[in-house]
Ligand binder design. Structure first.
Ligand code: SF4
Ligand code: SF4
Length: 346
């Protein structure tokens, strides 16, 4: 397995309309102050469970993430968690590292950036800069500036660090203005401007990373998603994906038996596959182990990290059944049948 997603908190300081966290926030606002007070209760993974998650992750994977939903740098123990990660990584008996691919909305980077750059356990930082498209412009521009300042610092002090500036909203016209501005700033900061000072797509068929031409929206296409900016800093573009919520199964009642129906006649399942449980799994902020990083509400809860080892949970009958299904191009779990993300893996 490549990586384990450990959701150290489900709290986020942004409320993106396309994200379950943002939707939950919007619903609580509609229901009024009493409801929003109770739903605003913050949930942070306790330190002892985090340590257990890390040790369990180290037994099955080489990389961890600190999110499913939520903004990980808001966890009050974030700096301490980086230290714990370094310790667990150093204590591995197989000599391999356990490294963090951090995904953050970047809003705290001005204060959390120093600790991130100082931690050798951080391998990659992904900035969700598409989240700024829904913010007031001044706030968005300030966040972006802080992120780009961090990138400049990283280019000097941590040239080994991979950084992805994500624009995972391509195709959403309402985000075009922000995306254009964002790319313009990146081009300016990294000197990717034509001699005339104007953005140009004249060389768009060349490898833009090598030619140092400005990166523009016109370069984006479904087969070219990652653009080298400089060193190990990339723009990563993609279309927005739908979070599965279990409510829109592709299947009909006769061809989509739940896992509970197994055992009698050989059922048929909707076709599809996914890399979950092969390349990754996730642990939610309350210790529930789930199959993938999209299952933020525990629809495929395979076990609890407080009760069993991750290796045991990943070899449980349900995990085995789902994994075997993917290997045979069958979506055996009803939640997977509602997931459009797996359509990316034809
Ligand atoms: S920043 Fe990320 S976690 Fe926060 S609401 Fe937006 S998409 Fe969700
Ligand atoms: S098919 Fe979708 S819901 Fe099922 S494990 Fe894969 S990503 Fe998760």
């Amino acid at each position: 397995m490549n990586g384990v997603y450990i959701e150290i908190t489900d709290v986020c300081n942004l409320h993106c309309s396309f994200c379950p966290s943002g939707k939950r926030w919007a619903e609580s606002q509609e229901k009024g102050p009493d409801h929003s007070a109770s739903s605003a209760q913050r949930i942070f993974l306790p330190s002892d469970i985090f340590e257990r998650c890390l040790k369990e992750a180290a037994a099955v994977a080489d990389q961890v993430y600190f999110h499913v939903l939520g903004e990980p740098t808001l966890h009050p123990g974030f700096g301490l968690f980086l230290k714990k990660l370094e310790q667990v990584s150093a204590a591995r008996s197989d000599g391999k590292l356990l490294q963090l691919n951090l995904t953050t909305n970047g809003t705290t980077i001005a204060r959390s950036g120093k600790a991130i750059l100082a931690s050798p356990a951080v391998r990659q930082v992904n900035f969700s800069t598409h989240a700024y498209a829904e913010l007031p412009f001044d706030e968005a521009a300030e966040n972006l500036q802080n992120v780009l300042d961090f990138c400049r610092m990283a280019a000097g002090s941590r040239p080994d660090l991979y950084i992805n500036l994500r624009l995972w909203n391509v195709g959403d016209e309402s985000s075009d203005a922000w995306n254009n501005y964002m790319l313009e700033q990146v081009n300016k900061v990294f000197g990717r401007i034509n001699a005339s000072g104007e953005n140009s797509v004249a060389n768009q068929n060349h490898v833009v990373g090598e030619n140092r031409v400005p990166i523009t929206l016109e370069h984006f296409c479904s087969r070219h998603k990652s653009f080298l900016v400089e060193g190990r800093i990339y723009i990563h573009q993609d279309s927005r994906f739908e979070w599965p919520d279990g409510s829109t199964s592709d299947a009909t009642s006769t061809d989509s038996p739940s896992l509970n129906n197994l055992g009698s006649a050989r059922p048929t399942y909707p076709k599809g596959t996914c890399r979950a449980l092969d390349t990754h799994c996730a642990i939610l902020h309350d210790g529930r182990v789930v199959a993938c990083c999209l299952d933020h509400s525990g629809q495929i809860t395979l076990g609890h990290i407080q009760e069993n080892s991750l290796a045991e949970i990943l070899s449980s009958p349900m995990a085995t059944e789902i994994r075997e299904g993917f290997a045979n191009h069958e979506l055996r779990h009803p939640f997977c049948q509602s997931c459009s993300f797996c359509k990316r893996f034809k």
